[in-house]
Design a protein around this ligand. Structure first.
Ligand code: HQG
Length: 186
């Protein structure tokens, strides 16, 4: 393998920053659907001190454990599959969710969540996981993990919309407290 894991992770983190939160960091703009021009991105990353070539980009997109990014058909454009804080329309179609989905968070957020429900905070959507294991990994990023079970069957019946990103992450606008139950300590 030509690139080290460290180099790939460092580059991937910068790409994630640019494609989800701060296109400015590489001096580029995203179109209305979140796409960045690959040539402009490579040029911008060079100027920003994070030089990358098409081959490394291809490898990151192909091997990313969470499948965070996608190319268009001819690989001239790239975007993040989810996780944006900038306003983009990823053209998700509403889909019926499974009966339950899971949200991993940290224990210190629990009081607030049980008062005001789950909010997207800095992102466009609340992110939900298809299984407990994944939710636990998401929660651990923030501290002592707590797993919330979301009654998505009832939310869907009540008219809430759900979207599934390319990489299997579920998205919804917000989750009121009546649909949330705290799962017993892991
Ligand atoms: C919490 C990662 C207080 C929420 C993951 C979470 C995911 C509240 C935090 C993706 C709250 C936001 C997203 C309320 C929600 N009061 N806290 N009312 N409502 N919160 O990082 O879901 O590695 O924006 O519980 O795998 O942790 O970046 O969201 O703890 O898919 O690709 O506010 O990011 O993927 O944190 O993670 P985040 P998240 P990547």
């Amino acid at each position: 393998m030509k690139y080290t894991e460290k180099q790939k992770t460092h580059t991937s983190k910068f790409i994630s920053l640019v494609l989800r939160h701060q296109p400015d960091a590489a001096g580029i703009t995203l179109d209305a659907h979140g796409w960045a021009d690959v040539a402009a991105l490579l040029k911008g990353m060079q100027a920003a001190g994070c030089p990358t070539d098409q081959a490394l980009l291809e490898e990151i997109v192909r091997t990313d454990a969470k499948q965070r990014y996608a190319f268009n058909a001819d690989h001239t454009k790239i975007r993040a599959n989810q996780g944006h804080s900038v306003a983009v329309d990823l053209e998700f179609k509403p889909v019926e969710p499974p009966e339950s989905l899971w949200h991993g968070t940290a224990s210190r957020f629990l009081d607030s969540i049980m008062q005001e429900g789950l909010k997207p905070m800095s992102r466009q959507y609340v992110h939900l996981s298809p299984d407990i294991e994944t939710a636990k990994k998401v929660g651990i990023r923030h501290g002592k993990p707590v797993i919330l079970q979301i009654d998505t069957k009832r939310m869907h019946a009540d008219g809430f919309l759900f979207y599934r990103a390319e990489n299997g992450v579920w998205l919804t606008g917000s989750v009121p407290i009546r649909y949330i139950s705290v799962t017993p300590e892991l």
